[in-house]
Design a protein around this ligand. Structure first.
Ligand code: MLC
Ligand code: AMP
Length: 511
């Protein structure tokens, strides 16, 4: 079984069923206007087949990487499906990334094509000028790809992709400063999708309102892929806008909505701004949250305002979804639930010994959902897995958790690494520190996460600097080098960084 076949089954079963809808968009800056989309399963699959044919004519085949710098829109959906059909690999890039971050991914993944929105062209020219990307044959405009989709679908050619073939290469922030590509196979996605389809009782008459970016696992796999596998309808939005989403949830069509906690914080603000009284979401049967910790206050406020009890779940790029609160049964704030079907987890101490329920330890995970490792990075892969006494391989999540001895549900308690999560996007302090240190006059830098009511956490930088450091210039430098969400929200100058007797930095002592 491959992922494309799973979607094709939905199309064969009900070709006329609505698959993908998107409202029209007015042109904005370099971005051309876009017509509304309302494609049935039959039309979506036919268009994806035509894109696959066009890609094949360009020589794209099994195992080839195709990167994209695309916002939410039909092009990204078509590209994803077409590559699945060819056994080729999608490499989606976060639209907030700057030249240096994109250059790293393109150099590492070595795609043959890059598909990009018109507005990204100047940035791509910068990337091309700064990097020697010898394997990159062409940059394809989103509108060109859209044009391909109106062509003839290819007759099936070559062998169908197998379950172990790569489906997507998802870049995730690295502890070493550079992001690394998690190699997600068709089987990995199928495991997450089938687990969620069962756990959340997906139905073919579900309508998912999807405003999360499709370049991450949450929007792409938990959202789009699950919906298409269920034969449901995706109401895709180009971006999240609280007022529009609140209106649509109340409008009586959507049955499901997925968000990172920041989306729920903004929805709560929006609903309170409206009239502060309860908002009926008549058609909605499930609101899920994940990617970052959902504050109990947000959970409670959303329930109070809408009557909806958010279902919180936990996952990772490398593993897909791991734990989920129950669809039927109590969903408790601060808990992320129990393992999804087919997923095994363990809690271990620093020495790798298994811990009993009630004790705090690192969460390890195993199952068909877990990726094989990182692209062309055997050392990073080896460091991310441990073997048990029976020789089985477990992925180290780096997340600390505790299991409730009574219910078996897990609570996340923090992280072994210094990962900061802002609005659902990951920031590794090391990458920001390296950027700060590259600026003249910065002698030492330490970046830590500080709680923030809307974003969850934001990065704050502590600096030891030569007198007269030009702080606005330093921030401008960071903005040029880093995605906006990684730029420190504050610079704090101090005389010395706190270190222990061995000279090791003690970030927890920073004021
Ligand atoms: C945008 N900005 C952010 C930010 N997103 N700042 C901090 N954290 C963020 N996440 C800043 C920009 O840099 C910019 O700043 C300003 O906000 C406006 O940018 P924007 O793009 O217009 O913002 P907006 O559209 O409001 O985006 C906010 C958001 C978005 C919450 C809708 O961040 C988002 O879609 N987050 C979801 C991320 C996600 O899907 N994560 C899943 C990862 S998968 P300035 O200064 O330039 O004006 C995963 C595994 C799992 O974690 O379990 O799911
Ligand atoms: P990413 O690398 O972007 O896939 O992010 C994965 C990380 O997001 C996990 O290791 C967790 O730290 C965090 N995460 C995901 N879901 C949750 C959740 N429900 N609560 C807290 N943290 C979460």
């Amino acid at each position: 079984m491959n992922l494309y076949d799973l979607f094709a089954i939905a199309a064969l079963r009900s070709p006329a069923k609505p698959a993908l809808r998107l409202p029209a968009a007015p042109g904005l800056g370099a971005e051309p206007a876009a017509a509304a989309i309302d494609w049935s399963y039959g039309e979506l699959l036919a268009r994806a087949g035509a894109v696959a044919a066009a890609l094949r004519r360009r020589g794209i085949g099994h195992g080839d990487r195709v990167a994209c710098l695309l916002g939410n829109g039909p092009e990204l959906v078509l590209l994803h499906l077409a590559l699945l059909r060819l056994g080729a690999v999608l490499v989606p890039i976060n639209l907030a990334y700057r030249q240096r971050e994109i250059g790293h991914i393109l150099t590492d993944a070595a795609p043959r094509l890059l598909v990009a929105a018109a507005a990204q062209r100047p940035l791509i020219d910068e990337v091309l000028a700064a990097n020697h990307l010898s394997g990159l044959e062409a940059v394809v405009g989103a509108e060109e790809l859209a044009g391909w989709s109106a062509g003839e679908a290819a007759a099936a050619a070559g062998g169908a992709p197998g379950g172990d073939d790569l489906a997507v290469l998802l870049y995730t922030s690295g502890t070493t400063g550079a992001s690394k590509g998690a190699m997600i196979s068709h089987n990995n996605v199928l495991a997450t999708v089938t687990g969620l389809l069962a756990a959340w009782s997906w139905r073919s008459d579900d309508v998912l309102l999807l405003a999360l970016p499709l370049f991450h696992v949450h929007g792409l796999i938990v959202g789009l892929d699950c919906a298409l596998a269920a034969g449901a309808t995706v109401e895709l939005r180009r971006r999240f806008e609280a007022a529009a989403v609140a209106g649509e949830l109340a409008g009586g069509k959507a049955t499901m909505f997925f968000g990172v906690p920041t989306l729920y914080v903004r929805l709560v603000e929006e609903l309170r701004r409206r009239d502060g009284t309860a908002a009926d979401l008549p058609s909605v049967r499930l609101c899920c949250s994940g990617s970052a910790p959902l504050a109990p206050e947000t959970f409670a406020a959303f329930r109070e305002l809408t009557g909806q009890t958010i279902l919180e779940r936990y996952g990772m790029t490398e593993t897909g979804m791991i734990l989920s609160n129950p669809y039927s049964g109590p969903r408790l704030p601060g808990q992320v639930g129990t393992p999804l079907p087919g997923v095994s987890v363990r809690l271990v101490d620093e020495a790798g010994r298994d811990l009993a329920a009630g004790a705090e330890g690192e969460l390890l995970v195993r199952g068909a959902n877990v990726c094989d490792g990182y692209w062309r990075a055997p050392e990073k892969t080896a460091a991310s897995f441990v073997h048990d006494g029976a020789g089985r391989r477990w992925f180290r999540t780096g997340d600390l958790a505790r299991q409730d001895p009574r219910t078996g549900a897990y609570t996340l308690l923090g992280r072994r690494h210094e990962l900061i999560i802002s609005g659902g996007f990951n920031i590794y302090p090391r990458e920001v520190e390296e950027t700060l240190l590259a600026f003249p006059g910065v002698r030492e830098a330490a970046v830590v996460g500080r709680p923030h009511p809307e974003w969850g956490e934001v990065p704050v930088a502590y600096l030891v600097a030569e007198p007269g450091l030009d702080q606005p210039a330093l921030l401008a430098f960071c903005k040029g080098q880093l995605a906006g969400f990684k730029v420190p929200s504050e610079l704090r100058l101090i005389d010395a960084l706190p270190r222990n007797a061995l000279g090791k930095l003690q970030k927890h002592l920073l004021p």
